[in-house]
Design a protein around this ligand. Structure first.
Ligand code: SAH
Ligand code: SF4
Length: 342
């Protein structure tokens, strides 16, 4: 059986033609999948009954089982999904100030990058998601909430570039004009920085919005909080990003979780300024979210100190935002997606 929601339109076309049907049927099916968001061939009413029967024998819908769905005070809604093999993932629907919505998707159950401050990193690694498991988070949430479209950020559980092929393919499916038609400008991939995948991304998905989880530009410090930096040092990652093809008028985002006494000093700000000067970039400071898996080693930097850090950089002409984390009361904020099932 073939996993229907893992197919790009071109692949579906080939399979449909192989089965002896007209090519345009594939486009029809694809459109029903992503525009009408059907979960069964029986709902693809433009197809004759005997055709549907043949399709049912060849393809299956890899849908997700939603276990819970909470809305926090600030409007962020967290979905906990159960995968076929019993593993869990989470996705978040976040309302934005401009009236649009952002869906934050997971690419893995758990994560093997082990960042010390991140709940997903602390829970360990279960497995990478299939293409359909990534795509379905968006399809499901759009359907359930009745939204036509949303921005999509690859910032949920897992490291997208550690599940490279499935991540790229899922983005291509989300972008397809015959389906959800989510434009590249509305999709953001967030990564801790892995090579050579960053190089491949330039070839496979140029002009996508990119966010690098920077957190420190000082090698030793970064290695301490992000073990991935030992194998993929920040200098090499930044070098690779220098010529990343960005959408017009857009900037690379550097994410910077502020941890008290670790990466919030004058030395850190100065080093950061040197790096930022070399990029069309913006810095997104994320106040550290506390969670049970983090232990007691890390504390958030007080807000007035964060403001001071930001002002120093702004005065030098840098773009800096401070993220007001949505969903922290329901454990849906950054780094808190650990699929605590109780
Ligand atoms: N693996 C990818 C994407 C998921 S993490 C990445 O690391 O970029 C999404 C963002 O949440 C990252 O910038 C991550 O560093 C941040 N984050 C992790 N733990 C956090 C915490 N406890 N408080 C605030 N942000 C956190
Ligand atoms: Fe993985 Fe990102 Fe968490 Fe690091 S911050 S452990 S890369 S999910």
């Amino acid at each position: 059986m073939i996993d229907l929601l893992s197919l790009e339109l071109g692949e579906l076309e080939e399979l449909i033609v192989e089965m002896g049907f007209e090519r345009y049927r594939a486009k029809q099916i694809f459109s029903f999948l992503y525009k009408q968001k059907v979960n069964s061939f029986d709902d693809i009413t433009v197809l004759k009954k005997d055709v549907r029967k043949l399709l049912k024998e060849k393809f299956y819908f890899n849908t997700l089982e939603v276990v819970s769905n909470f809305q926090g005070k600030d409007g962020a809604r967290k979905y906990l999904f159960k995968l076929n093999d019993g593993n869990f993932i989470e996705s978040v629907l976040i309302p934005m100030e401009n009236g649009r919505y952002t869906i934050c998707v997971s690419t893995q159950s758990g994560c093997r990058m082990g960042c010390k401050f991140c709940a997903t990193g602390r829970m360990g690694f279960k497995r990478s998601l299939s293409v359909s498991e990534i795509v379905e988070q968006v399809r499901f949430i759009l359907k359930e909430s009745g939204l036509k479209t949303a921005n999509v950020v690859y910032m949920g559980m897992g490291e997208p570039l550690d599940n490279y092929e499935n991540t790229v393919k899922s983005i291509k499916i989300l972008m397809d004009e015959n389906g959800l038609a989510i434009s590249k400008r509305r999709i953001t991939l967030s990564t801790c920085g892995i090579l050579p995948q960053l190089e491949w991304l330039k070839r496979d998905l140029p002009y996508i919005n990119l966010a690098l989880s920077l957190h420190s530009v000082i090698d030793d410090k970064r290695s301490l909080i992000m073990p991935v930096n030992i194998k993929h040092p920040v200098g090499r990652v930044l070098e690779s990003l220098k010529d990343f093809p960005m959408p017009r008028r857009k900037r690379i985002t550097f994410e910077y979780v502020m941890i008290k006494g670790i990466n919030d000093t004058q030395e850190d700000a100065k080093a950061l300024l040197r790096v930022m000067s070399n990029f069309r970039c913006k810095l997104n400071i994320i106040p550290l979210n506390k969670h049970d898996l983090m232990g007691t080693k890390f504390e958030p930097t007080p807000l007035d100190e964060i403001e001071r850090f930001a002002s120093y950089l702004r005065d030098k002409g840098m773009f800096v935002t401070i993220r007001k984390s949505k969903g922290s009361d329901i454990n849906a904020a950054c780094g808190m997606l650990a699929a605590k099932v109780s």
